[in-house]
Design a protein around this ligand. Structure first.
Ligand code: BMA
Length: 372
């Protein structure tokens, strides 16, 4: 039982830590932050990566760039509540991202989503600033150390951040207001497949990189329409999750990415791990008074017909998660959301009918960008 003093103290601490990283954030951004916390009570929003940019036809061929189309909408009648995007290749002033989405179209999709009341989240699979030909996935130890050691590398990285800042500041609603987005850099860093992963830098280097990046965008470039998302990959414990955490002053939304592989053999193990990780996330989110989310997830090709209600729903329903986002419908062997005719469609609809998982209509009953 808490004594009155410890109760008062924890209340004061929660007041102090309330509010997002950027005190100068735009009104809409502050409102989104507050409303992401509030949505915990209404249900968990569903997100889809690149969901408006491309998807799959019933015969498994791709559709690309058809305005108004979305695989989730085709199967359910509604857009996803959350749309994910990636800035990979913006480093090089490329006109298209690493998965070939034109940045001009991405800007349009972000605006459409915002105007409908939905949420946009942006990740960044950037190349290596010490050797720009190398992608996120090319192994390169001590990259972060070499960025800060070498003026040319740091200058190059700052140039890349300028491009990120320019894109995010170019996102405007119809009244000219900046569109808030969740910016989620340096993800899955408990794994070692990216150059910023655990096997390639120390916790202190990772934190330094994170803080530098956020300070540069917010303080130097005056980007005031971002909420900062922090997402690990799999973790074993709360300590493991927090090992590289840059601090409450540098993170708005806490999350993790988790992929289900080797189904059905791994179904029970996956469910158990997923539940444990959500519980740990909820514990940290409650202590820090921050929204939390499963920032990427999925079972490639959704090979389990009842994956949504058997594996996902039991864990996400009645959780504190603001959203979970399934990865992109890239091509016939690499997709994570149901598309017309895909075998998990009936079960996906059953999950939506439970009322616990929100698509656009459910999520936007209350305007997420407005105050109380
Ligand atoms: C991975 C795959 C890749 C893609 C990358 C960045 O998970 O989907 O095909 O290029 O994400 O979006």
């Amino acid at each position: 039982m808490k004594t009155a003093t410890t109760f008062l103290l924890s209340f004061l601490v929660s007041l102090l830590s309330f509010g997002q990283v950027d005190k100068k954030a735009t009104k809409e951004t502050k409102n989104l932050y507050r409303n992401l916390l509030a949505t915990q009570k209404q249900g968990v929003m569903l997100g889809h990566q690149d969901g408006l940019a491309y998807g799959l036809n019933p015969d498994g061929t791709r559709w690309i760039g058809q305005d108004g189309r979305s695989d989730i909408k085709t199967v359910s009648g509604e857009y996803p509540a959350v749309l994910g995007w990636d800035l990979g290749k913006i480093e090089f002033d490329s006109t298209r991202d690493l998965d070939k989405v034109p940045f001009v179209k991405m800007r349009q999709y972000i605006k459409e989503t915002y105007e409908r009341g939905g949420v946009n989240t942006i990740s960044w699979h950037l190349n290596n600033p010490t050797d720009p030909k190398k992608t996120s996935w090319d192994k390169a130890d001590s990259t972060i150390k070499h960025i800060f050691d070498n003026t040319d590398n740091l200058k190059r990285y700052e140039g890349w951040l300028d491009n990120v800042a320019n894109f995010i500041k170019s996102l405007k609603g119809s009244k000219g207001e900046l569109i808030p987005v969740i910016f989620r850099p340096y993800h899955e860093h408990t794994g070692s497949w990216f150059w910023w992963g655990a096997g390639h830098c120390t916790p202190e280097e990772y934190k330094k990189m994170w803080r530098f990046t956020i300070d540069y965008l917010v303080k130097k470039k005056n980007v005031h329409n971002i909420l900062i998302g922090y997402s690990t990959d799999r973790f074993n414990s709360k300590e493991h999750y927090l090992e590289r955490y840059p601090g409450n002053d540098y993170v708005d939304i806490i999350g993790f990415d988790i992929y289900h592989r080797d189904a059905p053999a791994s179904n029970e193990k996956f469910k158990k791990d997923f539940q444990r990780m959500v519980s740990t996330l909820e514990e940290i989110a409650t202590e820090d008074n921050k929204p939390c989310a499963v920032t990427e997830m999925g079972l490639e090709q959704v090979t389990e017909a009842d994956w949504w209600t058997n594996i996902v729903l039991p864990v996400v329903q009645d959780s504190k998660l603001s959203y979970f986002l399934v990865w992109r419908n890239g091509y016939d062997r690499h997709y994570y959301a149901p598309y017309e005719g895909q075998k998990s469609v009936p079960d996906f609809l059953k999950m939506i009918q439970s009322g616990k998982v929100l698509l656009e209509k459910g999520a936007t009953k209350k305007n997420l960008y407005k105050g109380k």
